[in-house]
Design a protein around this ligand. Structure first.
Ligand SMILES: NC(=O)c1ccc[n+]([C@@H]2O[C@H](COP(=O)([O-])OP(=O)(O)OC[C@H]3O[C@@H](n4cnc5c(N)ncnc54)[C@H](OP(=O)(O)O)[C@@H]3O)[C@@H](O)[C@H]2O)c1
Length: 268
């Protein structure tokens, strides 16, 4: 049985993760945190997630006061994730990171920490999205440089980073398959006199509206036909179940950096 801690327990994902952990046979929730000063400190996680019963685990103001766990699941904010990587490294705890918008410095820190502890880091933990990543590799391999490639994503109005981590990951998978450098071939939105489209670019378009949970389409548009690979999430539970699966999957991993493709056995 894996003992799980959930950071950001009061957040949209935090509450869903409590629910998913409660439903999982192989995992048990033993700790949960919120930021110091939050009105949720001391609240029972069962009440917080609206389960209709208590879980006997109350929200703590920091991991230092909630150390009884094997794996920390972090869906918070990059500044908080940075502190959690340090904590897990120091205490030799396993880590599942779902937080998006992590910069190159934080990603380097995650890679370095993974030399000592085991970490799953993935911008999208849903099974469907990771299956789509596999399909994107096939589509890019078959359609190659003959098509224009655009990544279109839509999320709820509260999302703070753009394009989504999933959209960037999709673009990265396509770029890697085609041998392109995403940094130099990505185009983020268009306005004004853009000139003709360069076939070698990969375009990203972002929509932020209402309560959209998460939608991604990668368009491979040629002359006479186009292929679109689309994923639509209708509930955060898909991400939460993936994160719990990742946390349990880590139980026999001593160290290393993994993503959801590894967890789902989809890696080459
Ligand atoms: N990988 C995936 O599959 C996936 C799926 C969905 C979302 N995400 C990502 O997950 C992240 C969180 O998303 P969300 O929608 O759940 O955001 P959210 O509702 O804002 O939740 C973040 C939570 O973290 C809390 N927090 C802030 N400081 C903290 C601290 N020091 N210790 C513990 N908790 C702290 C926040 O509390 P306050 O509000 O009080 O500051 C908030 O409750 C985002 O980066 C999002 O893009 C990833």
């Amino acid at each position: 049985m894996s003992k799980i801690a959930i950071a950001g327990a009061g957040g949209r994902m935090g509450r869903t993760l409590i629910d998913a952990c409660n439903q999982a046979d192989a995992c048990t929730l033993t700790a949960a945190t919120e930021r110091l000063g939050s009105s949720l400190i001391g609240v029972d996680c069962g009440e917080l997630a609206g389960l209709g019963h208590t879980l006997g685990v109350s929200v703590a103001p920091s991991l230092a006061t909630a150390e009884d766990f094997d794996v920390l699941i972090d869906f918070t904010h990059p500044t908080i994730t940075t502190q959690h990587v340090d904590f897990c490294l120091q205490k030799e705890k396993k880590l599942v990171i779902g937080t998006t918008g992590c910069d190159a410095t934080l990603e380097a820190k995650i890679r370095e920490a993974a030399e000592t502890i085991s970490i799953v880091y993935a911008p999208n933990m849903s099974v469907g999205v990771n299956l789509c990543l596999k399909l994107l590799q096939t589509a890019a391999r078959v359609l190659g440089d003959e098509v224009d490639i655009e990544v279109i994503e839509a999320h709820h109005r509260h999302k703070v980073d753009a394009p989504s981590g999933t959209a960037l990951k999709m673009g990265q998978v396509v770029a890697d398959t085609l041998g392109r450098d995403l940094k130099s071939c990505a185009v983020y939105g268009r306005e004004g006199q853009t000139g003709e489209r360069d076939r070698n670019t990969i375009g990203f378009e972002t929509i932020r509206a209402g309560d959209i949970v998460g939608e991604h389409t990668v368009m491979f548009a040629g002359i006479g036909e186009r292929v679109e690979i689309t994923h639509k999430a209708s509930s955060r539970m898909t991400f939460a179940k993936g994160a719990i699966r990742a946390a349990h999957w880590l139980s026999d991993k001593k160290h290393g950096l993994f993503d959801m493709m590894d967890v789902l056995g989809l890696s080459d």
